[in-house]
Design a protein around this ligand. Structure first.
Ligand SMILES: Cc1cc2nc3c(=O)[nH]c(=O)nc-3n(C[C@H](O)[C@H](O)[C@H](O)COP(=O)(O)OP(=O)(O)OC[C@H]3O[C@@H](n4cnc5c(N)ncnc54)[C@H](O)[C@@H]3O)c2cc1C
Length: 400
């Protein structure tokens, strides 16, 4: 690690803290207008901030007791809106970016389908060009936030006569368009509104909502998933949004659970893991501050951070014994004053299995690391070069 953290007296910090003191509950628009929503973006959207200023802004949000904007509109701010900055038209940027950055329009990610999760190249939902619009037909699944979102980032098959990855395109669609129905999926946290199924019944999408060119869909989608993996690689439960190993150890000390030597041993291991991940995050930050290219740490961090978070809440639940089996019975008091459902230990426990699936399963991440970081031979895909339509015909023949 090769940097000094910016001091309390840093004039940039003082300016931001003064703004938060004068505006303790700033609106999304105020934050966006000051460039605090996406400080690393160029002006007029952000501040063109270097990593040090980004760190100061993150810390000042925390100091003011405010949620980071990326938590409030994650699909836009963490993953997808940056593609609009680089690949969108001026008209698309003017229409879609201001309300996204002001968090007035929420976005969702319409990628996965019932038969295409890890292998998005297999997706079946089609968008057929008809004059000045596309007609979209098919189904998406596991769409987080679709019930709250106004804008959806949709990956669709626009060409069936080319190999599977080449025939995909991305659209920024209005979720309120006629023909779209959103149905909640109730998961075992009891929260019926984390994910949804989304059905498209001949939905008309204006052609000017195509992002980039037809056929750019695969490259755009892979870049967006990569940034999401970085965002979700923080140490702690629920991708770093929930209680951390430090929270666990404090609670075990307060409750006396730490007196059990076996629990103490496990808690110490988790604490050490958490500290290693914190230092790995500093290493990435140090690289960014010293203008070094991003290394493999982010991919590795996502792969180790998710099971680490699972182990934290698993141990917390176990120290409760039999009473921990009852839903709604948290191991400890909610962290962070219980401002968010993620602060609840019990919610974190029931959400736990999802974190090693979402945004790439462990197996898929291991493939990415082995192929792109370690340079091992790529997984063979005999269908990669065959036109999609031919693949479907041969599947049909095999089925008959
Ligand atoms: C909390 C959460 C939020 C989500 N939010 C969204 C969202 O907003 N939008 C969206 O589009 N999707 C979302 N998803 C869906 C998510 O992206 C998929 O669940 C994920 O990509 C896995 O796909 P699948 O469920 O179809 O599993 P599959 O791809 O069918 O995988 C099944 C099993 O096979 C293994 N496997 C698959 N391929 C390989 C391989 N090549 N090598 C080795 N093993 C392999 C997997 O690791 C897994 O164990 C979300 C999922 C979760 C859990």
């Amino acid at each position: 690690m090769d940097f000094n953290l910016p001091p309390e007296s840093d004039p940039r910090r003082v300016e931001i803290r003064t703004f938060f003191e004068a505006n303790p509950r700033p609106t999304g628009r105020q934050l966006a207008e000051r460039g605090y929503t996406v400080p690393h973006w160029p002006r007029p959207w952000g501040l063109g901030a270097d990593p040090e200023l980004q760190l100061i802004i993150d810390e000042e949000f925390e100091h003011a007791g405010l949620q980071a904007p990326a938590r409030l509109n994650p699909v836009a701010l963490n993953n997808c809106a940056q593609s609009l900055l680089t690949h969108g038209t001026d008209a698309q940027r003017e229409r879609l970016l201001p309300p996204a950055l002001a968090m007035e329009e929420k976005w969702c990610m319409l990628f996965s389908e019932p038969s295409a999760g890890s292998d998005l190249g297999a997706l079946r939902l089609t968008a057929r060009r008809e004059g000045d619009h596309y007609v979209v037909r098919g189904q998406k699944i596991w769409t987080s936030l679709a019930h709250k979102a106004q804008i959806g980032v949709l990956v669709a098959r626009t060409n069936t006569n080319v190999p599977k990855h080449a025939g995909l395109s991305q659209f920024l669609i209005d979720i309120s368009s006629p023909g779209i129905s959103v149905r909640p999926i109730i998961d075992m946290t009891g929260n019926e509104n984390e994910y949804n199924e989304v059905f498209f019944d001949d939905v008309k999408v204006p052609a000017d909502r195509l992002l980039g060119k037809e056929g750019d869909g695969w490259a755009l989608t892979m870049a967006q998933l990569q940034t999401e993996r970085v965002a979700l690689s923080k140490a702690g439960a629920i991708w770093g949004s929930g209680p951390s190993a430090r929270d666990l150890v404090s609670e075990l000390i307060a409750s006396g659970g730490i007196d059990d030597p076996l629990i103490r041993d496990e808690a110490a291991k988790l604490y050490i893991e958490g500290e290693i991940m914190r230092l790995l995050a500093y290493r990435s930050l140090s690289d960014r501050m010293n203008a070094k290219p991003a290394g493999p740490e982010a991919a590795v961090r996502k792969m180790v951070a998710a099971p680490h978070g699972q182990r934290i809440v698993d141990l917390a639940k176990r120290v409760q014994g039999m009473s921990g089996l009852i839903t709604g019975n948290g191991a400890f008091e909610p962290t962070n004053g219980g401002r968010h459902m993620f602060d609840d230990w019990d919610y974190a426990y029931w959400f736990n299995p999802a974190v090693t699936l979402g945004v790439g399963t462990q197996e898929v991440l291991k493939n990415v690391i082995s192929e792109r970081v370690l340079g091992l031979p790529r997984e063979a895909d005999p269908t990669a070069k065959t036109p999609w339509a031919e693949l479907q015909k041969s599947k049909l023949k095999t089925a008959v």
